[in-house]
Design a protein. Structure first.
Lengths: 398, 398
DNA sequence: TATATTTATTTCAATTTGGAATTAAGATCA
DNA sequence: TGATCTTAATTCCAAATTGAAATAAATATA
C-alpha cells in the first residue's frame, strides 16, 4: 500500500500530470506556455510520465504549417479509483477509471441493518468481487469517501450523522477502518465537496468559480473558487440549510435549528410538512385521498403534481421560489460563474429548476459583465460517489 | 519602474520571503521544516535575501541545550508601500513600511469636487511631498488601490461607483491612470478584499479562515479560506447587502435591489429610515426635536442613544439583531475561524457589537468542535488603505 | 522539388542541489 | 573554570538537474 502522493515521483511530473488532466488533451506547446517548465525539461517529464504508464500519446494536433504537435492525455487505465457515498438515504460504491468514468456501481439502502461494521464488510466483499471480474488488486489506487456531516474530514471521522437509522454511527473513524480492511489509501470529505470536485473535473468547460447545491431532505452546498474547493474551519455542508430567509418564519426541522431557515422553506422536509398542512386544512386536492395518517410523502406529491393537481403544483412552486431566494443569497455572496443544482427536489419536477433559477436570477445583484449560468448535475445519483473517487486525484498530484 | 514580481529574483527567495513575512520572526529550523528547501539551499537563499536588503537577522531563539538559532525577520525599510482607499465617504492615502506600519496618512472627503482626475492629482502631490520628507523615490515599491465596486479589479477599472457625488467616475481605468502619473506599479482590488488581506497579514494569530464584514451606509464583505482571499467571477463586495433575510420584507434602497435584503435591515441607511419613520409616527423620543425635515442622521441617532433615548436605543438594538442574523447566514455558509467586524455602524455604539455577535452565535449551527471568534477591525479607518498597500506584497512574492 | 515554417529531439556546458563533514556556539555538570 | 554534550551554521564536493543551442523531422507553400 504505497501512499498516493508517492505514486508519481517528483513535483514536476505531478504538475504536468495535473495540467494534462485538467485539459483533457494537450500539446506540448500548451503545457510549455502555461507551466514554468522549459521545452527540454518538459520532454524529460513527459517521457517519465509515459514510461510510468500515466499518460499516452493520442494523436496529432493542428499546426499552421510545419510538423504537427503530439497530443497527450491521461491513460484511463493507469489506475482505478473507488468512490463511496454515504448519505442519509443510502450508500453507493463506484469503481472509476482515471478519467472518472464509472465502470461498476453498487448501492445499499440506509436501513436499520446498515451499521458501520456491516457497510465496511459489504464494501470489502464488493471490491473483492470486482477485483476478480475486471481489474487486478494493484490497479486500485485507493478509496475516496463522501459522507454526510458534521465530519472531521482530515481525520476521516463521521462525528454525528443525524437521522441514520442503524446504530453505531456516532464518532466512527470510518476512514481508518476502511483503510485497515481494504489495505488501500482512504480519503474523506463531505458529500457536497466531493460532488462539486467531481463536477469540476469532469466538465468540459472548466468554470473556475462554481457553486453546487444539493436539495433533498436537507440542503447541502459547496463551492469552488479559482479551481480550488473552499474549506471553512468546520466541515458542515448542511449548515447552509440554517441560513435564515425569513426572520422568525416557519419553525425548524430540528430543535436546535433556526426559525425561518432555508431548509424549513425549501426541502423535501418542508414540502411534506406543507402538504400535510394543506390536507389538514381540508383544501380540495387529490393529495387528501393519498395521505397516510395525514402525512403526504414527497413521491406522492410529485405524482399528483405530474397529474396537474393544483395544490401539489402550488406547493412545488412555492418551494421552488423559496429555493431560488436562498440560491440568490449564495450567489450574492460567492459570485459563481456557474451554479450546479442536484438532488431529488431539483430533478423531481420539471418546473422546479425553471422557477428556482428564474427567482434566483431576479434576486441576484447583477451588472452586464456578470451573469451566472445554471445547470443540473450531470451524473446526479452518482455525483457524490464519483466525486469521492476524484478526491484521490487531488492527493495523487499534490 | 521594475515590475513588482521581479523585485525579488527567483521562486525560492520569494517563497522564503513570504514564509518569513507570515511568521513575523522565524528561525532557519522552522523554515526548513515547513518549506521544501534543504539546509544548504536555505542558507544560500537567506544569504541572497539578506544581501538584497529584504530581511535581517534580529537575534537568537531558544534552544534546549546547544547553540541558539538565528532569528530572521523582514527588513521594515526594504521598501515602502502606498495604499489608496477610495470609498463613498472619502479617499485615503497611506504610506506604509514593509511591516505594514503606517508612516503617513492623508484623507480627502468624497465631495462634488473630487473627480478622478483631481484625486490622481492630489495623490501625486501628496506622494511627492512624502518623497521629499521621509523617503526616496526608489524606496517606493508601488501603490495598491482598494475601491468600492463593482470593479474589474484585474484591469484596474472602476465600473460604476454608485452614489459618488463628483462626476466622471463611471468606467474609469483608475489603475492605469495612476500608473502613468506616478510611474509606479499599481494594483487594485475591492475595499473589503483589501481590508481582510491587511487584517490577515497584520494579525498576530494567523487564522486561515477569516470573514470580514464592514457595515456602514451599505454592507461590504470578504473572506479568506486557507490563507487565500476568495474571489468570485465578479468583483462586488457590496452584493452581500442584497442577501434576503426577510422574503418580501422592507423595501430596498435602490430600485433594482431586493425587498427584505440585509442592507435594508442592517445598515446606516436602514437605521436612518427607521428613525425617520419613528419620528413620523409621532413616537415619544428626543429624536423628533433633532430631526431636519423629518430626517434623522446616523450621528444624531448615536448621540441620542448615548443619552439613553429609548427609541434610539431600540432602533440600534433592532438593527444589531438583524445584522447578527445576516452574519449568522454568512457564518453558516463559510465557517470562518474568526469574524472581523468593522465600519461606523459596528463601532458607533458599544452595545451593537455585543448584540450582533450574540444573535449570530445563537443562530449559527455549531457543534463542540466549531465556535467562531468575533473581533473588531484593529485599524478601523485605515484598514482598507493599509490592506490595499498589502496587495503589493502578494505580487511581490508571487 | 526547393524553401520556409513549425515542432521534436539531442547534446553539452553551466548551474543547482543534497548530503556529509566540519566548524561554531551555547548549555550542562563536575 | 574547564570538559563534555547538544544543536546550529557553514563549507565542500560529487551528482543531478537545467537551459539553450544545434540538429532532425514533418508539413505547407511557392
Amino acid at each position: 500500500m504505497k501512499p498516493l502522493e508517492q505514486r508519481i515521483a517528483g513535483t514536476k511530473p505531478k504538475d504536468v500530470f495535473r495540467q494534462i488532466y485538467l485539459h483533457g488533451t494537450v500539446s506540448r506547446q500548451q503545457l510549455n506556455e502555461e507551466g514554468p517548465l522549459t521545452a527540454s525539461t518538459l520532454t524529460r517529464t513527459l517521457d517519465e510520465l509515459a514510461e510510468g504508464g500515466w499518460i499516452r500519446e493520442v494523436g496529432f494536433g493542428e499546426s499552421s504549417g510545419g510538423r504537427r504537435p503530439i497530443l497527450y492525455e491521461v491513460q484511463p487505465r493507469s489506475g482505478l479509483l473507488l468512490g463511496l457515498d454515504i448519505s442519509r438515504t443510502g450508500a453507493r460504491l463506484v469503481l472509476c477509471d482515471m478519467q472518472l468514468r464509472p465502470l461498476h456501481t453498487r448501492t445499499w439502502p440506509m436501513d436499520r441493518e446498515l451499521t458501520p461494521e456491516r457497510l465496511i464488510g459489504r464494501v470489502e466483499a464488493c471490491v473483492n468481487e470486482w477485483i476478480g471480474k475486471t481489474c487486478s488488486r494493484d490497479e486500485l489506487l485507493g478509496l475516496g469517501v463522501g459522507a454526510v456531516g458534521p465530519l472531521q474530514a482530515a481525520e476521516g471521522i463521521i462525528l454525528d450523522p443525524l437521522h441514520f437509522p442503524a446504530p453505531g454511527w456516532g464518532n466512527v473513524p470510518i476512514a481508518r477502518l476502511l483503510e485497515e480492511r481494504l489495505e488501500l489509501p482512504v480519503l474523506m470529505d463531505n458529500g457536497a465537496n466531493a460532488a462539486i470536485w467531481g463536477e469540476y473535473l469532469t466538465s468540459e468547460q472548466k468554470y473556475a468559480h462554481l457553486l453546487y447545491v444539493n436539495a433533498g431532505i436537507g440542503l447541502r452546498s459547496a463551492s469552488i473558487s479559482n479551481g480550488q474547493v473552499i474549506y471553512g474551519a468546520a466541515d458542515m455542508e448542511g449548515s447552509v440549510g440554517q441560513m435564515i430567509i425569513q426572520t422568525d418564519g416557519w419553525p425548524p426541522r430540528d430543535p436546535g435549528g433556526n426559525y425561518g431557515s432555508w431548509e424549513s422553506y425549501a426541502s423535501i422536509y418542508a414540502l411534506e410538512r406543507r402538504a400535510a398542512a394543506a390536507v389538514r386544512m381540508g383544501r380540495e386536492t387529490s393529495l387528501a385521498g393519498r395521505s397516510e395518517q395525514g402525512e403526504v410523502s414527497f413521491g406522492i406529491l410529485l405524482e399528483e403534481a405530474a397529474k396537474d393537481d393544483p395544490v401539489a403544483r402550488e406547493l412545488l412552486q412555492e418551494c421552488a421560489t423559496y429555493f431560488g431566494i436562498g440560491l440568490a443569497n449564495l450567489i450574492n455572496i460567492l459570485h459563481p460563474e456557474k451554479v450546479v443544482l442536484g438532488g431529488p427536489l431539483v430533478t423531481g419536477h420539471p418546473s422546479f429548476f425553471r422557477i428556482a433559477t428564474q427567482v434566483a436570477t431576479r434576486k441576484t445583484y447583477h451588472y452586464p459583465q456578470y451573469v451566472p449560468i445554471f445547470g443540473t448535475s450531470k451524473r446526479e445519483d452518482e455525483a457524490i460517489a464519483v466525486g469521492a473517487a476524484a478526491l484521490l486525484l487531488r492527493k495523487l498530484w499534490s
